[in-house]
Design a protein around this ligand. Structure first.
Ligand code: ADP
Ligand code: MG
Length: 600
């Protein structure tokens, strides 16, 4: 739709689509519509005849007659130039514009402007281009027909068009703010434009094979029933697998403990008699998945484990190969029709693609499933799904019983006795420090500073952090023998610690809710009553932390995080910066996004 001669202008504006252009809206308007009445305190635009000049203390005062209103008005010009005398000669007629006031019963204008063309509304744009240059571009491209051709409906198209070519400003503004239908149209267009761009980026390939293995025997052998959401997710995937046109490309998003592994295992079943591969970010996690797969699948298929250090089973003939990134370096994995990636956010895009690409056959691709434990708001999922299909698992098989509390220094003695209680019960405690070493920027003890205290007062203490090379070994040993684990936020505890019932986060107010949620997700994984203490030494009440204590759903937390983010609350570095919308609010505009998706 965009002509090649205009491509450079579009590039200068860093925009690509007609809707991008339509969404560059005027910053202000020059309105020269002639006024219908004279109102004190308002701007008037009127035809005026010069009656008289007066020079008062270097200021020029002109008495005009407002022809249509049959009244005189006195206008004062403070910066007088020869231009004024040359223009406003006695008896000459002009269109003038200025704000009306009243003094001693006389109408007054201060420094009015002379208008060249009356009865027009000229939008003013603030961009890298000159306002007139941009306006030419807008005139050329922004027509109601073009907006409709871009996919907007007629009503929205007309509303957006009116922003650029208004008949009267009262169609746009109410008390100087945009009217609600204008805001709606802007939000909608922004959502629609974004979705359309994402959709344009999505490229689908045919699958190598369709998959339709049965899972009834597998389900019947499980010691529990899958949750409705687990089943719904499996159904989504089953539909994907049946397609002969598009290889599956789906992301399964579910909180820690929502039971994604069962979905993974069910998919390996559906893939039979074809072969699947599952990549996990750490060897511990891979081992855990392998153990679980053996437990539930070994009567149906052969399973192998591939990590840097150990292998189990013959991966060249296994139906399901589970492994770490070590998989990327094996060249004899054979034909694979289903690629699955667990905890996908802990891999780079290149690693994920590399695994997939080893199994591409000409233009045909293996089915690809990615699993993520970072809950995203439903709105984000709707947006993302233009690019990749998304299934959400928002519930957990059993409700975790976690009490979350904000605590500070005065609660420390109580905290210590709580910790002792838990240890006495053979439970474990995780204490998270902001940093390994001391730092002047952070008003909390570091891991190294605090370590002495804990070592003096408790036995079976383990310490690790993100840069610790031995962290996997430390975690494994802690899982068996430890009482207390000191760590930093960067430590990604990939394994489940079933006895962990308490997490204490030092300096919690410094962290994003998503991070706090990840940390809290470490406890109570086996249904044991658990505690999450958010330690802060700030005496101010913290609404964000308070709200966090009231929900345990990762999807709620993701939504809250977004709302606080929009309101400019503090952030930590762990939050990935999403796309910024000018009008659309990802926290509250779910309905608009869903409408835009329907109309794609
Ligand atoms: P995640 O989504 O974090 O990968 P897991 O798959 O590890 O979660 O599941 C957490 C725990 O819940 C595991 O011990 C698993 O066996 C158990 N589980 C999974 N699905 C169900 C279910 N439907 N009913 C009961 N327990 C389940
Ligand atoms: Mg998992």
């Amino acid at each position: 739709m965009i002509e090649s001669e205009d491509k450079t202008l579009f590039a200068k504006l860093k925009i690509y689509t007609l809707l991008d252009l339509a969404l560059i809206i005027p910053n202000s308007y020059d309105d020269t519509t002639l006024s219908k009445q004279v109102e004190i305190g308002k701007i008037i635009t009127a035809e005026a005849v010069v009656l008289e000049h007066k020079n008062i203390n270097g200021k020029l005062q002109i008495i005009f007659n407002l022809v249509n209103f049959k009244t005189n008005i006195s206008a004062t010009f403070f910066k007088v130039m020869p231009y004024h005398y040359a223009t406003f000669t006695i008896n000459s007629k002009h269109y003038i514009q200025g704000k009306i006031s009243q003094y001693n019963g006389f109408l007054q204008l201060s420094q009015p402007k002379k208008i060249t063309i009356p009865n027009q509304i000229v939008p003013k744009y603030k961009t890298i281009l000159k306002s007139s240059e941009l306006r030419d571009l807008i005139k050329k491209y922004i027509t109601i027909n073009n907006l409709i051709a871009s996919g907007l409906d007629e009503k929205i198209s007309k509303t957006i068009y009116a922003l650029h070519f208004p008949n009267t400003l009262s169609d746009i503004f109410e008390d100087k703010s945009y009217k609600s239908d204008i805001i709606y149209a802007l939000k909608y267009s922004e959502a629609f434009n974004h979705l359309k761009k994402l959709q344009g980026k999505r490229i689908d390939y045919p699958p190598k094979v369709e998959l339709n293995g049965r899972i009834d025997k597998f389900l019947a052998h499980l010691p529990f029933k899958l949750t409705d959401e687990q089943l719904k997710c499996i159904d989504d995937i089953r539909e994907d697998f049946k397609s002969s046109i598009k290889a599956t490309k789906r992301m399964i998003v579910g909180d820690v403990g929502s039971g994604k592994t069962m979905v993974i295992l069910a998919c390996a079943m559906m893939a039979l008699p074809n072969r699947s591969v599952l990549m996990a970010p750490t060897s511990l996690l891979a081992l855990q998945l392998y153990e679980e797969a053996c437990k539930y699948l070994s009567s149906f298929m052969k399973i192998a484990l591939v990590t840097q250090k150990t292998n189990h089973g013959d991966y060249t003939e296994a139906n399901l190969i589970i492994g770490t990134h070590a998989l990327l370096y094996k060249e004899d994995l054979g034909e694979i029709e289903l690629v699955m990636i667990d905890e996908q956010h802990r891999f780079g895009t290149r690693q994920r693609q590399r695994l997939e690409s080893s199994f591409i056959d000409g233009k045909k691709k293996p089915h690809m499933l990615q699993f993520s434990a970072t809950p995203i708001p439903r709105t984000q999922a709707m947006m993302d799904s233009a690019l990749i299909d998304v299934s959400l698992i928002t519930t957990t098989p059993f409700t975790k019983d976690i009490t979350t509390k904000v605590i500070s220094k005065s609660n420390f003695p109580d905290l210590l006795s709580k910790i002792r209680d838990e240890i006495r019960e053979n439970h474990q405690v995780l204490i998270v420090y902001p940093l390994v070493e001391q730092s002047e920027q952070i008003p909390y003890q570091s891991l190294e500073e605090a370590r002495g205290f804990w070592e003096k007062n408790f036995d079976n203490l383990f310490v690790t952090h993100g840069r610790d090379k031995d962290k996997e070994a430390v975690l494994l040993e802690f899982r068996e023998k430890g009482d207390i684990l000191l760590a930093t936020t960067v430590v990604e505890v990939g394994i489940s610690l079933p006895r962990l019932t308490m997490v204490v986060v030092v300096g919690a107010e410094r962290l994003g809710l998503a991070t706090l949620h990840q940390l809290r997700g470490r406890v109570g994984r086996n249904g044991l009553k658990s505690y999450c203490y958010l330690y802060t030494n700030s005496s101010e009440p913290n609404r964000r932390l308070d709200i966090f204590t009231k929900t345990t759903s990762g999807f709620d937390v993701a939504k809250l995080d977004l709302q606080f983010r929009n309101s400019g609350d503090i952030l930590d570095g762990t939050i990935q910066s999403g796309i910024k919308f000018r009008w659309l609010d990802m926290g509250s505009d779910e309905e608009i996004i869903s409408k835009a998706k329907e109309c794609l």
